[in-house]
Design a protein around this ligand. Structure first.
Ligand code: DGL
Length: 266
């Protein structure tokens, strides 16, 4: 058993998982979080699954060595490649993963066409094939790996013309084909939600699974009697690269000042 005051550990290839950290802190403001961004090895989406499994294992080991009571794989690509493996390695640790919200997308669409934005690694995975098989029998999924988008977001270009152009190239054909619902299947993409909204229009349904993941974290902690009641939670941030942008982006999304420990190579 862990103590309620122990932190929740999250990791991603970079800043993407901060969108999940934000949702968790909105839902559970008394929790402390410990975040690892693998900025030296980003992107994950174009690397082989076996490589991502190894990265995920060493990062999870690091988070557990720092006393995390629960792990959130705050990256769809890493969840697709490594979630089963991590749960086998640490059967007693609650480990929560991300997956593209194909089921909510299939429920939300009126046109029967859902645009899915995720990385190449996620699309290639067994987990994604299983989601399609289970939940997308009666709808059509229009997929795009959004090449280069993660890098632009990581560079802080969340509203620049290059990002807008890339998103127009992704979304316009989907809309022309009839998509009325868009699933954000990569944790970096909520950073560009305002741009996606601008291009897709006010009527489109845009699904970010992070709040549902935060509720799942709450359910698991409640079940285990490990919900924190700390008046002064403490958050820590580690990155593998040396990157001034991370701090700025973390403060932008979380809304408070953060200290970042850089160059943590695992
Ligand atoms: N944020 C990650 C995800 O949710 C992937 C980004 C990357 O390609 O590194 O899939």
């Amino acid at each position: 058993m862990s103590k309620p005051s122990q932190p929740i550990g999250l990791f991603d290839s970079g800043i993407g998982g901060l969108t999940v950290a934000y949702a968790i802190l909105q839902q559970l403001p008394a929790e402390s979080i410990l975040y690892f961004g693998d900025t030296a090895r980003i992107p994950y989406g174009t690397k082989p699954a076996e490589t991502i499994r190894q990265y995920s294992e060493s990062i999870t080991r690091f988070l557990l060595s720092k006393g995390c009571k629960l792990i959130v794989v705050a990256c769809n690509t890493a969840s697709a490649a490594a979630l089963t493996h991590l749960r086998q390695l640490w059967p007693d640790v609650p480990i929560v993963g991300m997956e593209p919200a194909v089921k909510p997308g299939a429920i939300a669409t009126r046109s029967g066409k859902v645009g899915v934005l995720a990385t190449a690694g996620t699309f290639k995975s067994q987990r994604y094939a299983s989601l399609m098989h289970r939940f997308a029998k009666s709808v059509e999924l229009l997929e795009n790996p959004c090449l280069g988008l993660v890098e632009l977001i990581e560079a802080g270009e969340v509203d620049g013309p290059r990002t807008e152009e890339l998103l127009r190239d992704v979304l316009t054909p989907m809309q022309a084909a009839g998509a009325d619902t868009f699933v954000l299947g990569c944790t970096h993409y909520p950073f560009v939600l305002p741009l996606i909204r601008k291009i897709a229009g006010p009527e489109a349904a845009i699904i970010n699974p992070a709040p549902a993941v935060a509720r799942q974290v709450e359910r698991l902690l409640l079940e285990r009697d490990e919900l924190s009641h700390e008046a002064l939670p403490r958050h820590r941030f580690f990155i593998s690269g040396q990157d001034g942008k991370f701090k700025k982006m973390a403060e932008l999304i979380l809304g408070f000042e953060v200290e970042v420990e850089e160059g943590i190579l695992l």
